[in-house]
Write a new protein. Structure first.
Length: 167
């Protein structure tokens, strides 16, 4: 029997209740890899056609974390960004995403964007899950169709993000 979204959300809830800090987030990353290796789970998450690129599949009413699916049918890049006051885990389900990590050269200050420079580039392939902790600046690049499961500490539709630009 496949891992279900409900089981996944329950396991995330248990991990974050046991430790809402770095160890709990690492446990959620490991759970995301477990889910991505279950083809039934992946199929169930992506069986419906996408109405939009990012869709919230589950949002926890108590802890606030959410499980999203991302569907990209063609190439798409992203600018360097963080997730404001929260963290996110990108789980690669289908295709590949080239990720670039960045570090601040000049932090944001007085309403001005922070300046960042690249530190490393790597690929997320199916089954990989990567934690972008609070304040971690990164940028995705997708060269073809991709599917992701993304766990957010809080729904990023509800947060203010820092203005960031390459130095």
């Amino acid at each position: 029997m496949s891992y279900t979204l409900e089981q996944f959300a329950g396991d995330i809830r248990a991990a974050l209740r046991a430790d809402p800090g770095p160890a709990g987030r690492e446990a959620v990353r490991a759970l995301t890899e477990k889910a991505l290796h279950d083809q039934g789970f992946v199929a169930a998450c992506f069986e419906k056609p996408a109405a939009q690129e990012r869709e919230v599949l589950f949002e926890d009413p108590d802890l606030g974390f959410c499980v999203c699916r991302h569907v990209y049918d063609g190439p798409k890049g992203g600018a360097p960004h963080d997730h404001g006051p929260t963290w996110a885990i990108y789980g690669q389900a289908v295709g590949e995403t080239e990720m670039t990590d960045w570090r601040y050269v000049t932090p944001p200050r007085d309403g001005k964007a922070g300046k960042v420079e690249k530190t490393r580039t790597y690929r997320l392939t199916p089954g990989d899950a990567h934690l972008y902790d609070i304040g971690a600046v990164h940028a995705p690049l997708r060269e073809g169709p991709t599917r992701l499961i993304r766990i957010e500490g809080v729904n990023t539709d509800k947060v203010t993000r820092t203005a960031i630009e390459p130095a």
